[in-house]
Ligand binder design. Sequence first.
Ligand code: DLL
Length: 433
Amino acid sequence: MERYFQKEIETASRDEITAMQNEKLVKQVRHVWDSVPYYRKKMEEKGVEPGDIRTIEDIGKLPMISKADLRESYPYGLLGAPLRDCVRIHSTSGTTGKRVVAFYTQHDLDLWQDCVARAITAAGGTKDDVCQVAYGFGLFTGGLGLFDGSEKLGCLTLPMSSGNTERQIMFMRDLKATILCCTPSYAAYLGESMKEMGMGPDDIPLKAGIFGAEAWSEEMRRSIEKTMGIKAYDIYGLTELSGPGVAYECSAQHGMHINEDHFLAEIIDPDTGEQKPDGEYGELVFTSLDKEAFPLLRYRTRDICRITKEACACGRTFARMDKPKGRSDDMLIIRGVNVFPSQIEAVLLKLGYPANYQIIVDRVNNTDTLDVHVEMTPEMFTDDVVEITNRKKELVTALKNMIGLKAVVTLVAPKSITRSEGKAIRVIDKRKI
Ligand code: DLL
């Protein structure tokens, strides 16, 4: 039987959801207008006033904001509440330019906890579970986000943070963790380490994993599920909106339900900014509906995906978003062709390779080059030249069929590509260095 954390909200009718969103949007716009001069100026420049926004149908009248605005207004420019009412700060993991900092009042933390508790419940979690949180703790929202949500639900919660892989596995076994929360790349690493320690799915009581914070393919999901003997659920979120739990998968595992009582989603054409209908791919844009400290109207996430409001077998009525293919800024343009690293990952895993690979893009004599370093499993490792050559040929053909480009494939020894305990870095684009 499907369980819900807040059944009335999670299974509300579309009319009820719309009514709730209409009411909250009007209030949130007024709040931003009154308390965030930076955004008010943007509204004035566009000739919009709070009175122009009466329902969610009016959302397109509002100006959009992007990461550039967040950087420009660093650190306090988008603050919507007095600092004395704020209780927490988090920050994005970006490596370039100024980091984005987000603020939370107690109210903001409460709603975030609800979102994460819904996600854990949708993955089958209850008070009876032991939940091991192996996302990084600190400024990154993964650790504390899952931790708070897990406690709110009443799970026995292990605040492990990431790293210390052997200890993770030992605690998982000894403390009988039933739910594991970490990035998919760290889950794959944990699975690999378990095997090396001579342990299989039967040696750990784990039943579910809640994995997110980076793009991961269906093939990677199946591989982790098999190695750990669990069901692997996707979870999506971003610091700017709170953190993990903006959207989450249910038992149907057919897209992630967006917590629509707190976040209004739109899909736009990234080039023109025009709204796109449900079912079409584009950039995801979010409006927070009831945040106090860091309210964001029409924030461009740069994540590419699509949305559906079709009924879901789990009974939840919230719209669902696809697995994001990756950020529009993760998308590589190689010889004019758009390539997402997740497409390459899907090919490798389908052919039995582990999710340890590196994509190196360069420009030689004015032409883009694509090199893919692929790690072999210990079982594949061989010095038989013919076998290696055949393997490479097979990979080059499969990659060409998927992305339409000829790549240079190098097969590397097991364990030679650095493992990730957080978000994996898969791409080295030397054209940008
Ligand atoms: O990654 C929040 C999070 C923590 C989500 C733990 C899920 C689990 P940021 O560091 O601000 O926040 O990065 C947000 O990560 O815009 C996406 O590009 C990407 N991302 C997050 N979840 C997924 C996912 C956290 N499930 C950025 N699939 C987002 C694909 C994801 N990409």
